[in-house]
Design a protein around this ligand. Structure first.
Ligand code: ADP
Ligand code: 5GP
Length: 191
């Protein structure tokens, strides 16, 4: 099937399951790719530079900002994160839809810059379950978890501004729902 190449924003609090659901989505749709963001946060065990993120020093990040290489960039929980224009442009040019896994302020900036982008908010079943998942992932120190939960309260309050919301109760079910959204939003209507 022929598909429209679109930018798909996937947002939601840290620990809601964005990465998990996107993984399921990529397995299903070969026309989708994920834009690899740049960040100054420390690399987690198992992460590969250029795969999960382009890991940068604060100086390197600042230089990239000065060169206008970012579509959007923010400070989140004490570290810089940004969507590289090159990541988005090269996939769209190949006719592939691009998933941006970004936080709230980035989602707002991309919506502003690219009004055709579709935005999806991944909603955790409850704040308590979000805390459980974030702690259970075991990737951040306690102080970092607290900073992420602070950000989460603001993000949860803004979920109504997204085009779609997907409740991540059960992974399989939520991937199914997300896939149905992506399918509908990239379908070409034939004349
Ligand atoms: P995010 O990318 O939004 O920060 P992750 O995808 O890393 O979130 O998920 C956070 C943690 O919760 C991970 O340990 C993941 O395995 C787990 N998780 C994700 N979805 C579910 C779910 N539906 N039920 C239970 N645990 C989940
Ligand atoms: P993490 O450190 O857990 O990988 O990501 C922390 C938060 O930053 C997540 O909400 C993630 O979606 C967001 N994020 C990752 N890359 C970008 C980016 O390029 N821009 C913005 N605005 N947020 C990002």
């Amino acid at each position: 099937m022929h598909r429209r190449a679109r930018v798909l924003i996937v947002s939601g609090p840290s620990g809601a399951g964005k990465g998990t659901l996107i993984e399921g989505l990529l397995r299903r749709f070969s026309f989708l790719t994920v834009a690899v963001s740049a960040t100054t946060r420390p690399q987690r065990p198992g992460e590969v530079d250029g795969r999960e993120y382009h890991f940068m020093t604060p100086d390197g990040f600042e230089a990239a900002v000065a060169e206008d290489r970012f579509l959007e960039h923010v400070v989140y929980a004490g570290h810089h994160y940004g969507t590289l224009r090159s990541e988005v442009d090269r996939h769209l040019a190949l006719g592939r839809s691009v998933v941006l896994e970004i936080e709230l302020r980035g989602a707002r900036a991309v919506r502003e810059a690219l009004p055709d982008a579709v935005s999806v908010f991944i909603e955790p079943p409850s704040f308590e379950e979000l805390v459980r998942r974030l702690k259970g992932r075991n990737t951040e120190a306690a102080a970092d978890i607290d900073r992420r939960l602070e950000e989460s309260r603001v993000e949860l309050a803004a979920m109504a501004e997204f085009d779609h919301r997907v409740l991540n109760d059960d992974v399989e079910r939520a991937v199914e729902e997300l896939a149905a959204i992506v399918d509908a939003e990239t379908r070409m209507e034939h004349a």
